[in-house]
Design a protein around this ligand. Structure first.
Ligand code: BMA
Length: 383
């Protein structure tokens, strides 16, 4: 008996020793992207832009065109895309961009060495109807039913329906690959701005347990279907008073988050934005560093480059207000939202990113000349 135990032990030691000598498994696409982004922090802050290759202030859907490229001669380092509508099986997203075009541009940007982030504004599972309704009815911003999250969690009346929505989302995400079959690494950022109360998953509408349950339910589905290429981004909104206690209440945990972000728009007075940034950017950057996570400004901008309180244009906003407020905390990237101009068909003008068509053009060019941010060619050496 003793001999058997001894032999078994020796065999076990042998196996362990053998395993030790084996090479570590190859890093996943997600791990490689995380590594790459941490290394790039030493190089600078990447410029990211939502919907960059689809439209700008004076054009829409012109092959190869981009406001960033028109202004600075190159594409953003990071491009952001939104999958709102994929849960319904729609052909176009909530901003009327065809999902086939989104896929093409995601693959193209990956092939040129760029980084991709994806957000999701899912419709409201309680109030959505097949008939067209006036905005915001049925949308992510529809707050008429405050019981959504509880109803889509396991056991809830809309759980199965939401599960189907997740199935459609992940089926689409599975198609984001190169012709050679390589999965594109994606920074996926669901449930953004959860600390505000303007989306159905917002602060007022969930307990911490419900919110974390929802995060986990979405993530578990995505992990099961896409186990290797997703980097998970968790992004609250700028509110100027984050504390550990408040932040931890709805934080899903270190094993569930890879990147911490903050959505930081200037909607109010400039001084208030600057003070809020000083506090929140420092808070999130420190939290990220202490928890070994990446950190980014996951959305930002001054709408139409105009102070929303005084209506004054602010041509030097990027160099004077924004860049100084993020410089020291070294986020991986900052992502102004889309440059949308619907005025030709009676819709709004709403742009946030760099463009050759406004008064910030020279300011932004000067910032790029002094290497204040990185575009795609600045990050093209792939690991
Ligand atoms: C918001 C607005 C909306 C848009 C949504 C998703 O900030 O720009 O018009 O539908 O983002 O892109």
């Amino acid at each position: 008996m003793k001999k058997t135990i001894l032999l078994a032990t020796l065999a076990l030691v042998g196996i362990t020793a053998c395993t030790d000598k084996q090479e570590a498994p190859a890093p996943t696409e997600a791990q490689q992207l995380i590594e790459r982004m941490s290394a790039l922090r030493d190089k600078g802050i990447m410029y990211a832009h939502q919907d960059d290759p689809f439209y700008g202030i004076t054009w829409a859907y012109e092959e190869g065109r981009s406001d960033t490229k028109d202004l600075l001669g190159d594409y953003p380092a990071v491009m952001g895309f939104d999958l709102g509508g994929i849960e319904m099986g729609d052909l176009k997203n909530l901003d009327s961009v065809p999902f086939t075009t989104i896929r093409e541009e995601i693959v193209k940007h990956h092939q040129r060495g760029g980084i991709i982030t994806v957000s999701w504004h899912p419709r409201n599972p309680m109030t959505d109807t097949p008939e067209p309704q006036a905005f915001p009815a049925g949308s992510a911003w529809d707050l008429t039913d405050t019981t959504v999250v509880r109803n889509i969690l396991p056991g809830g009346e809309k759980h199965e329906m939401f599960d189907l929505w997740l199935e459609r989302l992940t089926d689409y995400m599975l198609t984001l690959k190169t012709p050679e079959g390589e999965m594109v690494p994606i920074i996926f950022r669901p449930l953004h701005e959860y600390d505000g109360s303007w989306f159905w998953w917002g602060d007022k509408f969930t307990t911490p347990e419900q919110f974390v349950g929802l995060w986990n339910m979405i993530q578990d589905k995505v992990r099961a279907k896409l186990p290797t290429n997703i980097v998970y981004a968790f992004s609250p909104n700028l509110n100027g008073f984050w504390t550990d206690e408040k932040f931890l209440a709805k934080y899903p945990g270190d094993d569930r988050v890879d990147l911490l972000g903050i959505d930081a728009y200037q909607w109010g007075p400039e001084e208030q934005f600057v003070i809020g940034m000083q506090r929140d950017v420092a808070f999130i950057a420190t939290f990220a560093a202490e928890h070994g996570k990446l950190f980014a400004i996951t959305e930002c901008g001054l709408k139409n480059l105009t102070n929303q309180v005084t209506q004054e244009p602010t041509p030097d906003w990027w160099s004077r207000v924004f860049m100084p407020s993020v410089k020291d905390s070294k986020p991986c990237y900052f992502l102004p939202w889309r440059n949308y101009n619907g005025t030709a068909h009676g819709d709004k003008l709403e742009y946030f990113g760099f463009t050759p068509d406004d008064a910030s053009a020279n300011d932004v060019k000067a910032l790029y000349a002094e290497k204040a941010f990185l575009l795609v060619k600045d990050i093209q050496t792939r690991p």
